[in-house]
Design a protein around this ligand. Structure first.
Ligand code: SPV
Ligand code: MG
Length: 431
């Protein structure tokens, strides 16, 4: 019996994939190389279903003998192992990001006289189209909630951008940048207290209450499928924090970040220009562990945000607190700093690296914004949050338009220069 290898990544199986499998099984015994989450996330967004779920679906397709993991986009490892007589892949990879992978497959098959079979791409259906349709149907809280943990397991660094309403959520959801071999996207959304408050014309002092913040989250959930990390400010009193955790889990939020401050919370970027009072280590640890106990699912995460450097209490205080919060059950930490040079952040990460028990770490490079994602990853960070940039760019754009209308006593100049067309704005919104 001839051996046939088919590499696949998607979770949205459609008749195009079935056509491929049908052709493959006519050629011999079919092994499917299923791309791991990590491999998929290198060139596309995370599949909706987990690896095990995708595996189960493929294993039950007629003619599939075995499903094995393919850990890289590159076929080399599996092809070397199996030395198949045929590799079957849709003709669509001849151009675009996968063309180099294809060439390597051809070169490798030559070594043992194998052959690449490329059935005509099935028109009228594509995973991209299905993803779009799925987005219109919506996702479920369970699928969305667990996405963040899957991203942490699969990506070198998880890329997060703030959203403060439905439309900014749509921008995080849909913005793409195509680079060589990769479609770059944001992985998740940060619902920032600063931008949620500012968008409502309110100070960032926990004045915007929970009901109102839930409304913002709901507006974002309505039009997106990506995971949400909530800026939970101080998390409130421990009794309320327990309820908050359960509530967020039900909504499908993946994580909350709470900061170790007390009293009227002031935005960290004020630093010591305003009074910043920190909670006791015991008090904050208690809040974390009560939140963890209240949790109903395994997927939800509580990140402890360290404000020692913001309050200028020093590196030792930050490290001591990090240790205590991890011990109390924090799933991750966020180390915040408002210094531009980033030195204290790097120093923290060097010392943190020596910890026996480590958890994922979030960076918020609002001040030290010269660092690239690669540099942050090299420093040991697992998540980067661009915490306020959509709002900060929207505000001056709106101001310019308002000024132009005043200047010209009509909207023509503003509309021609600064505004998208009405047709465009109508089409970006979901029906
Ligand atoms: C936020 O985005 O609201 C934050 C980060 O908490 S910062 O504004 O830098 O404090
Ligand atoms: Mg905040």
């Amino acid at each position: 019996m001839k051996q046939v290898y088919v590499g696949m990544g998607t979770d949205l199986i459609h008749h195009g994939h079935i056509n491929i499998i049908e052709i493959a099984r006519e050629l011999g015994e079919v092994t499917v190389g299923l791309l791991s989450d990590k491999a998929v996330s290198k060139y596309s967004r995370m599949p909706f279903l987990s690896f095990d779920e995708r595996k189960k679906i493929l294993e039950n397709l007629k003619g599939v003998k075995e499903v094995i993991p393919q850990y890289e986009l590159d076929y080399e490892e599996n092809l070397k192992k199996l030395k198949p007589d045929y590799v079957v892949h849709g003709s669509d990879w001849k151009t675009g990001p996968q063309r180099h992978v294809r060439q390597k497959v051809i070169d490798m098959l030559k070594e043992w006289g194998g052959e690449l079979i490329e059935p005509e791409y099935t028109h009228g259906i594509s995973s991209t189209g299905l993803r779009k349709a799925l987005k219109e149907v919506g996702t479920t809280p369970d699928i969305r909630r667990r996405l963040l943990k899957r991203l942490l397991e699969s990506k070198d660094i998880v890329r997060v951008l703030e959203a403060h309403n439905g439309i900014s959520g749509l921008i995080v959801e849909d913005t793409k940048f195509e680079a060589e071999g990769e479609i770059r996207e944001f992985d998740a959304m940060w619902v920032s207290s600063l931008t949620d408050s500012t968008a409502k014309g309110k100070p960032d002092t926990e004045y915007v209450d929970r009901t109102s913040r839930f409304q913002t989250i709901n507006d974002i959930l309505d039009v997106t499928t990506k995971p949400i990390i909530l800026d939970g400010d101080t998390g409130g009193i421990p009794e309320h924090f327990e309820l908050l955790v359960k509530n967020l889990e039900r909504l499908g939020v993946s994580a909350i970040v709470i900061e170790d401050k007390t009293g009227v919370k002031r935005n960290s970027l004020f630093g010591t220009e305003v009074e910043q009072t920190l909670d006791t280590i015991e008090g904050f640890s208690e809040k974390i562990s009560r939140g963890k106990k209240a949790q109903m699912t395994d997927d939800f995460m509580i990140f402890a945000r360290l404000e020692s450097l913001i309050a200028e209490l020093g590196m030792e205080d930050a490290l001591k607190r990090a240790k205590a919060y991890i011990e109390a059950g924090a799933d991750g930490i966020m180390i915040h700093s408002r210094h531009k040079d980033g030195n204290e952040i790097l120093e923290f990460m060097k010392k943190y690296d020596k910890f026996e028990v480590k958890v994922p770490v979030i960076s918020v490079p609002s001040s030290y914004n010269q660092f690239t994602e690669n540099e942050l990853q090299a420093a040991g960070f697992n998540i980067v949050i661009y915490a306020n940039h959509l709002l900060r760019s929207a505000f001056p754009a709106m101001q310019k338009t308002a000024q132009s209308i005043l200047e010209h006593k009509r909207s023509k100049e503003a509309a021609d220069q600064y505004c998208m067309s009405i047709k465009e704005i109508l089409t970006i919104l979901p029906n």
